[in-house]
Design a protein around this ligand. Sequence first.
Ligand SMILES: [Zn+2]
Length: 345
Amino acid sequence: MWQVVGQNRVVSLLQHSLERGTLAHAYLLIGPPHVGKMTLALNLAQALNCEAAEPPCGECASCQKITSARHADVQIIGLTTEQNSTEAKPQAEIGIDQIRQIQHSSSLPPFEGRYKVFIIDGAEFLSNEAANCLLKTLEEPVGSVIFILLTTNDKLLPATVVSRCQRLELLPLAATEVEATLNSRWGIELQKAKLLAKLSRGCLGWALSAALGDSLLQQRAERLKRLVDVTRANYEERFAYAAQLVDQFSQSRGLVQEVLDLWLNWWRDLLLVKVGCSDTITNVDFEAILSDWARDFSLAQIKAFINSIQAAGEQLRQNANPRLVLEVLMLSMPKRKEIISVKHD
Ligand SMILES: [Zn+2]
């Protein structure tokens, strides 16, 4: 059984190709973080190597090895943190050496399964050299080798690479679907499932991580508190916060993108409350505070700042100077004078 939830169109397409033996040599799975790209990629790797009559069974030795990352023919590469240096520094790019290594491995026959599967997580981080090297491999497909590239944004990949892959888009799930899955499959109580389903914006993986440990919700509460504080701070304090974000950015781009996404959701909620659509907001547990804010900012201010956050996110993705981008963002944030406290209740 396919483990991925709510991607019926993509799953039935893959199932159909498996049954007909018309699989592509390379797939590009596109979708927001935590929507289920890796789950689907691993499911496909299982389906290709499963020993049961109806693959992927999830239970045979092969399927289990893939689940626990012990299958010799299924390899995942992506950005990793280099552990050998004294200061653990995350990689900025997927380098050519990583691609050369899988290129070599793909030239050998499968070791224990029927197919060799190479999953490239965060394909938008391939260096130019690495992408060119990968392209050569994709141009000379081998029968029992399948590449699965995962990305949040296919526009950041060279068009030549994209054109060699079958594009499969994974869409966010409906909140009701996330809620029902959390409740029925994972036993999360209904009220918590409802809140997490809203906050996850249709990305089940996020909702699940938040449900199984408190750290994501705690982190969200802390980030929202910073957001509130910084909105009433002076420029000096705002720049100090920008500097902190720049530091984080050099550690992990993803972290800063998450903060910006949170801000975007907050200000979009504010817009929704302002125009009287409170029932569609994401941050349902902060509705009272959002209503307060909606009185303090004009529609024009809210819209302008939403644009600024979007622009900042786009510029960071395009490798603009992070300090400059974040300082401009801090300058464009409208100021809120009134002091209120954020409570999570
Ligand atoms: Zn199996």
